[in-house]
Design a protein around this ligand. Structure first.
Ligand code: FES
Length: 337
């Protein structure tokens, strides 16, 4: 038996056996975890216990999340006694890139219709961009206000980041974003964030990428990664929007599918007008009508929490296993929170 330890603020999950300390498990599994002495002397590994119970090995004392000692726990001495959440800065999962803050210039803004823009940000010379396709960045408007956007391209030498942003003038934050994303302006960001990306990019198992609305940004980045890696894995992209004019990257994906035999693209419209002659209804139902999803297939869902959980339930009901399905939603809006 082992316990799941969620490490905040990065939202990374570590599996820890009862006889292991959290630091031991992290090191054994290739995490980067702050530590110095591994013996309770240096305090480098200190953080807080947010939920659950830990056992402190030096005195066999149990600490629970609301105890006074919970604010200052040394994880080199702490063994879990239940599933837990802990808070400690500076932890990186295996293969995870270090987070950076950067001031970028908005170099291109292109209207895409329906009050959506394509924005291109360029990082300053000398700032290396490292992220996994599928991750997102945070635009920092001020100390209290950050907005998350999926990165729509793959890392490149030009140090550019492509975003798709939908505006709503009813929303103050959206009005501020519209102003910030003007050609020539400096935009402050942090990246990379998120855990929803291809953990084994060399895999040749079928990959289903299912997006609702502007969730397509994340899908675009992962699809571009598959094309550039030339793994020839079969990639099935399903994009659902309300109306056909919201398919702002339709031509892009039609071309990608035309140029790559292993990429398949299906747009699905939920409120079609009479001109729409293609697929209609719920996007994931179209996917399930078209495919028997094999046990080794991966599915990535991008959309609102409501959409992601409704789709997850329908997928699980067909026998697809939970571990086959990834979504950022499962981290930032856990169902039982
Ligand atoms: S690593 Fe030194 S106190 Fe934990």
């Amino acid at each position: 038996m082992s316990y799941r330890v969620k490490i905040l603020p990065r939202n990374i999950t570590l599996t820890v056996a009862p006889h292991e300390t959290i630091l031991e498990a992290a090191m054994a599994q290739g995490f980067r975890f702050p530590y110095g002495c591994d013996a309770g002397n240096c305090f480098v590994c200190a953080g807080s216990l947010e939920s659950g119970t830990l056992n402190i090995t030096t005195n066999d004392k149990q600490i629970r999340a609301n105890d006074n000692e919970a604010d200052d726990v040394l994880f080199c001495l702490a063994q879990p006694r239940s599933d837990c959440s802990i808070f400690i800065e500076g932890v990186l999962a295996p293969g995870e890139h270090k987070m950076i803050n950067a001031s970028c210039q908005a170099t291109n803004i292109t209207p895409m219709g329906n009050d959506t823009i394509e924005a291109v940000l360029r990082l300053p010379a000398g700032k290396k961009i490292d992220f996994h396709p599928g991750q997102y960045l945070q635009v920092i408007l001020d100390k209290e206000t950050e907005c998350a956007f999926s990165i729509a391209n793959i890392p490149n030498k030009e140090r550019t980041l492509q975003l798709y942003i939908g505006f709503s003038d009813k929303d103050e934050r959206s009005r501020r974003l519209r102003k910030a994303f003007t050609v020539g302006n400096v935009v402050n960001i942090s990246l990379p964030h998120g855990n929803c990306y291809l953990k084994n990019p060399e895999s040749t198992a079928p990959l289903f990428l299912v997006a609702g609305s502007t969730g397509i940004s994340q899908i675009k980045s992962i699809a571009e990664q598959c094309v550039s890696a030339q793994t020839h894995r079969q990639v099935f992209i399903y994009w659902g929007t309300r109306t056909a004019d919201e398919l702002f990257l339709n031509d892009f994906f039609l071309n990608m599918a035309k140029e790559n035999n292993n990429i398949h693209y299906t747009p699905v419209i939920s409120e079609p007008d009479t001109a729409w002659q293609d697929r209609t209804g719920f996007v994931h139902k179209a996917m399930l009508e078209d495919h028997n999803v094999s046990d080794d297939a991966e599915i990535i869902l991008c959309g609102s929490p409501g959409m992601a959980y409704a789709v997850l339930d329908d997928l699980l009901a067909t026998g697809i296993k939970e571990h086959q399905v990834q979504s950022d939603v499962f981290d930032y809006a856990p169902r039982n929170s």
